[in-house]
Design a protein around this ligand. Sequence first.
Ligand code: ZN
Length: 691
Amino acid sequence: MKGLLIAEKPSLMRDIQKVYKKMQLPFEIDFTSFVGHVVELKEPHEYKSEWKKWDLNVLPMIPERYEFRVKKSAYKVYKEIEQILKTNRYDFIINACDAGMEGENIFYSFYKRAGCKLPVKRFWTSQTTDGAISKALLNLIDEQDLLIRNLRNAAMYRSIFDWLIGLNLTRAATVKGGRIIKIGRVMTPTLAIVVKRELEILQFKPEPYFQIELDLGQFKAMWFNPETNENKLKNLEEARAVISRIGQGAVVRDIKTERKTISAPPLHSLLELQKEANKFFGFTSSETLKIAQSLYEKKLITYPRTESKHLPTAFAQNIRENLQSLATLEEYGSTVQNLISRPDNIQKTIRSKKYVDDKKLTDHHAITVTEVAIGRKKLSPQESKIYHLIARRLLAIFMPAYVIDKTAVVLQSNDVFFKANGNMVIEKGYTVLYDAFKKKQETPLPTLQVNMELPIRDAKILSKMTEPPARYTDSTLLDAMFHAGRFIEDKELQKVLKDAEGIGTSATRAEIIEKLISIGMIAREGKSFKATQFGIDVIQSIGKHDIVSPELTAIWSKKLKDIVDGQLSSSQFYKEMLTYVKQTTDGFICLDMSVAEKQVVVVGKCLKCGQPVVEGFKGYTCSNKACKFFISKMIMKGKITPTDAKKLLTGKETREIRFTWKSGKKGKAKLKLVNEKLEFVFSAPTKQTKG
Ligand SMILES: [Zn+2]
């Protein structure tokens, strides 16, 4: 007996291979691997030629059967595996994609496209420790297992649902709106979140208000109304009246001190890491994902695309090795020695279930450093920053809590009341690791006693303006997507969305935000996101339709879950889905879609005919349709920016651009238009014409 194991990613394949070599199994295994998704559902025109044209009359497009095509980016991988299968050397296949719905989808869409008929066994584990891997190899699950079969169906229907909704509604909206308007199950509700905030900001009218600050020498206190607890006054006269009632001194009426013990924050899920990196370094979520991916490939951190904030117990029992990898770094050396010398302390953390809990694992566990030390590996400054965030989170969970005393004091002067707050750090605990990042501001109050009278030095009116709600940043927008349940009212659906962990997944959220930017519906402004007029128009045109609400995801996630649990048959699901798609598409066709026109960016005059050259999707095109003048935005993997195009059209050289030559080698060169043809200009005296 011989099986072919196909892993979702090469790294997992190598891990399994390593364990397999040490085992005695009654069958032999060969190994290969995907690199994520290798096939995707076909485009509409590949089903029917009349679906090529974007035409309201053919909507909704509903294929009779769903077929897959090979993804361009994965063509090589697909061909290799197909070739291996054609050798007919195998009795069965082992599906070793991630243990979850997406993993099932990745495997079975390939299996169908390849027309494979071999029986399939499922390698199922969410952990990558040697123990978990060998257990999974010994207990391969039969493909007819009910749970696996239901999961596979749910996975397939989810991707079909996204296809039907995305393509039909995008086409309906685009034809109605007169420009490309992409609609998606996750993308559109995300846009709606940003637009809602933008409208709140646009409608916001700043209003003046006043506060009264009391100077007591060693500290300051703020006026408040003891009946309403309000500390703002609407007009200046009121504020002046309050000041006039203040006497020479203030008496301490009440002192409340509360001790707060704050444990180290949870370990990083991708979302947590993205939020922290955005807060400390201003990295965008996709930047953080890219950097984390690179650290993972350098074997320095564990798998980054994870929703989990917990470690498996078995992993935690070996945590010494991971900690050791940090011991060689100067800044952690003594901390690690301290931790390792107290194994009882490590066990205490494991037992607390706060950071280590087998029940809280998803497809993967929390991100943490591996047992591999940085050593001679070269890290970019960004990689180093992310690595240290992850390292600190791990060290922190074994360190003492941060303890702080929070004191609130109430003072009285005649019939006027004031409040003062103070913080005193009792134990820095794990926060010593973060000294370089954030200065925890200590605002100690002097020692006070009730009925003590303090002289008033000064009382002044602070005049301020109310401020609009803040725009979303990478960190807060990811959070809003994760907690999308907050935006819906139905309690039951709220819970469904909470269980589904919001809209999108940790692997896709950053991508969706970038997509909204690239299609011009939202824009980055400094650290935050602004909805563009186009984005606002799209959401306002769609109106109250449920595609703008996370509710849609909630309702259909519930149904998919019912398929997995065997509560709903796939055929019933498909029937309901078709009804929904038909209704929704009809609804969209009736919409009055009025959106801002696409801004035309003119980059210069055409060298052939003199008409304006405008920026298009793939390049810079002459606006005179008869003239075929065109400069691509991407030449040999080098990006031609609008500024480059402007320079070319005025006969100048571009900046130095990084190209990938046909040989596969990379190099820098400038570009220049000579007789309407692009030429490379090298700093070295060699010259080469674009072939
Ligand atoms: Zn032209």
